[in-house]
Design a binder for this molecule. Sequence first.
Ligand SMILES: Cc1cc2nc3c(=O)[nH]c(=O)nc-3n(C[C@H](O)[C@H](O)[C@H](O)COP(=O)(O)OP(=O)(O)OC[C@H]3O[C@@H](n4cnc5c(N)ncnc54)[C@H](O)[C@@H]3O)c2cc1C
Length: 302
Amino acid sequence: MKGFRELVTDFSLGKISENVSFQHLTSLKIGGVARYLYEPDSLDSLMIAYKYLKSHQIPTYVIGNGTNLLVSDDHFDLVLIKLTKCNGFKPLLGGEFMVEAGCQSATVGRIIAKLGFSGSAFMAIIPGTIGGLIYMNSGAYKKETGDFLYQCDYLDGLGNLVSLTDGFNFSYRHSIFQEIDCLIIRGYFRFPLAPKGEDPYQTIIRYKELKRNTQPLNEKNAGSVFRNPANIHAWEIIDSLGYRGFSIGDAGVSMKHANFLVNKGNATFEEMYRLVKLIQTDAKKYFNIDLKCEWKILNKEG
Ligand SMILES: Cc1cc2nc3c(=O)[nH]c(=O)nc-3n(C[C@H](O)[C@H](O)[C@H](O)COP(=O)(O)OP(=O)(O)OC[C@H]3O[C@@H](n4cnc5c(N)ncnc54)[C@H](O)[C@@H]3O)c2cc1C
């Protein structure tokens, strides 16, 4: 791992920081420390560095904005990769766009709407990066990332560049990328022109208002914690179990939206994880429903 630090500094491949807390990298503000945080200055630098990491079997983890992540309080002996500077955005012909994985989804959604294309409003209200959106197949208000993506470039488990144009296996908050060892570097999206008389930006304003009114945006959270089971909202199940407002230590169920768990101060991983498990156990016991966690959990067990 020491050799990796030298590689990055000797060849100016970006920024490397040591012992970085996940509390500064996640929206829940929970988690231990990563041995190294590597932020490449470009995709070219990333490709060199990633090839090195893979060929030396150095453990890695990719993080976007950490808005869908619950991290344990451990010390992680790995290189955390954050694509802060890999944020190129290029309009192509006919409503097509190349977007690097480190781009902010909200910015991309707003620009595409401003350019007169329909469908990107959901992106404008999700606080993740494009890499995170593709990986999670994130979505809102009946639109999801997979509806618009037609090509994705990623680095595979050997550090080789792969371009995928089908077989994305998109489903509710799922993509092929969750099944393979990969680092998404960019996506190619296609959006239809907005019909005459429609201002796509107005949709963003409406969605933002809806979010503000229904979600605890001023509290530390990581979005919806459970996927909605078929025919019922997860929040209805949590409400029926009486958990709205319930806490374990500083980990609590939001008063505003029962499918949002919030860090009310200095919640630990242990407290938040126990709360997730408690709700799942009771949903099974009282309603025979398997509530699936939407968050990604990073702990020593992998
Ligand atoms: C207030 C709030 C509201 C939200 N609203 C919504 C919503 O409406 N709809 C919705 O779907 N989600 C929502 N979310 C959840 C979250 O914002 C999305 O899932 C988002 O896409 C995660 O992006 P990220 O960059 O933060 O990913 P992270 O949380 O950093 O990572 C999530 C997973 O993606 C992987 N990943 C990230 N980047 C890459 C990459 N480049 N290559 C490979 N893997 C990668 C990570 O390893 C991790 O497993 C919300 C979250 C918050 C805090």
